[in-house]
Write a protein that binds this ligand. Sequence first.
Ligand code: ZN
Length: 554
Amino acid sequence: MKKANMYMVLMFAVLLAVQPFIGGKTAEAVDRFSDVDNSHWAADEIEYLAEENVADGDASGNFRPDEPLTRAQASVMITSALDQDGLYPGIASFSDVDSDFWAYASIERAAQMEIFQGKNGNFNPNGSIEKAQVAAVAARAFFGSESKDAAGSVDFGDIDDDFWAKGYIKTLVDHNIVEDTGQFEPNEAATRAEFSAYLARTMNEDLRGGGDNSPEESEEDTGSRILYEGVVDASTPLNVRSGPGTENGVLYTLQDGTKVDVYEQTGSWLKISSHGGEGYVHGNYVTNVDEVDSDQDNEDKTAEAIADGKVNSSTLVVRDGPNASHDSIGRLSQGDTVKIYEETNGSWVLIKYNGDWAYTHSGYLDEKPAGESALSNKTIVIDAGHGDHDPGAQGNGLVEKNIVLDVALRVQSKLEDQGVNVVMTRDDDTFVSLSGRVNIAERADADSFVSIHANAATPSANGAETFYDSSYKSRESRELAQSIQDRLVQETGMNYRRVADTGFYVIRNTTMPSTLIELGFVTNTRDANRMKQAGYENRAAQAVVNGIEDYYEW
Ligand code: ZN
């Protein structure tokens, strides 16, 4: 048996939060499923997944190992394997997956984690998955999206070096999850047994093949895979997220000056570990202590960035020289940020990529001069819902039009302190029509539109929810909504209800990134009591401002 690999164990322990690995013990297939006996080639893997509550059979006790795996089944299994199945789904994304569909939450979560994507607004939950896609899904989920670029060839007769999923397949081969021989049959539909085998072997090293020829981490790496020690350098608490990107949920926050261990870099995100456990933070807010302390200062370390860049295309190739004839050394994804150190000839800029000098094309970067506040000179419309004869929601002594105006005025003043040009749709108890509100935002040519409301429903409904609409600036609106929702939950203590795509008039018709916040339910006793607490309006306003800042900060 292969030596226990501490790094992988550590990584999986965090990713999966499964109970300690059944080290040394191979899961034994018992007669759990009537159609999977001990001689089935994937019996151990299926048994392991069943033990871990990742996979289940049908009502009659069959696993149906040779049936094609559906996308819905794969979503359930993989989010469950990642221990992400209990989380809020957040977003209603697909027209063919209703919220009462049995796998709804898992599908939403899998999409949110970018494990699966839909097509033209549909998820196709009952569709099968080609084996190449299964390899991509498993590799991305467990070894990161950079596994796409894994170098080297594979021996499979039907997988050549240009095949889109070659990197993913190579990653699975390198980890002894698939045996690199014969045909891979990338376009065949994967069966439930095949997917189970990939998943179980990814989760549990004891189920993998190979051994002596294992190419990954050797003995001397064991236990010391920290890239460097860093220290948090952020003026506001730094969000530690479950994955590399703001779409991932916030696990906990870190204060300025906290020390962290940095394990890996994914685009502009760092995988770190600190007192709160492992997670991901944006690299802009962590300073490398090793470098600061190093005696060997060289020009790399004293160079000052002239601008920040943010990738605005789906991928952007990074090269080792300033034109397209130079070798590609990696790629950035949409939303990744880089420090720009030099404009070179033409459109190429000098950046840092994984700590090294590199070049990329500036045509796919939004740029802002170094040191400029993300919020300064932005025009933001703050829309306090309702007003005058339209009180909005009422309950437990609270009236929506009053509470949202109070919060909105505080948001205005806090944003103005940061150099934002704030446009209010109302700043007193007057009535403005919905189209009037949209017109104000359009005339102001605003950079974003934030509508503030409070909810009413049955007494049990509770929590904060934030909406976006996909008619205009869909991705940006969703990011804005998510940023504000995260802060509302974190800073006002409301339950996380959801972030969802809805067609509310003011966010459907404004053409800039826009969001509609429901602070909480005045009709719920607990929410209402929170809203009545001293300082609530100020905390809510600060949360909205922090969320807006999170969205713009890069
Ligand atoms: Zn309202």
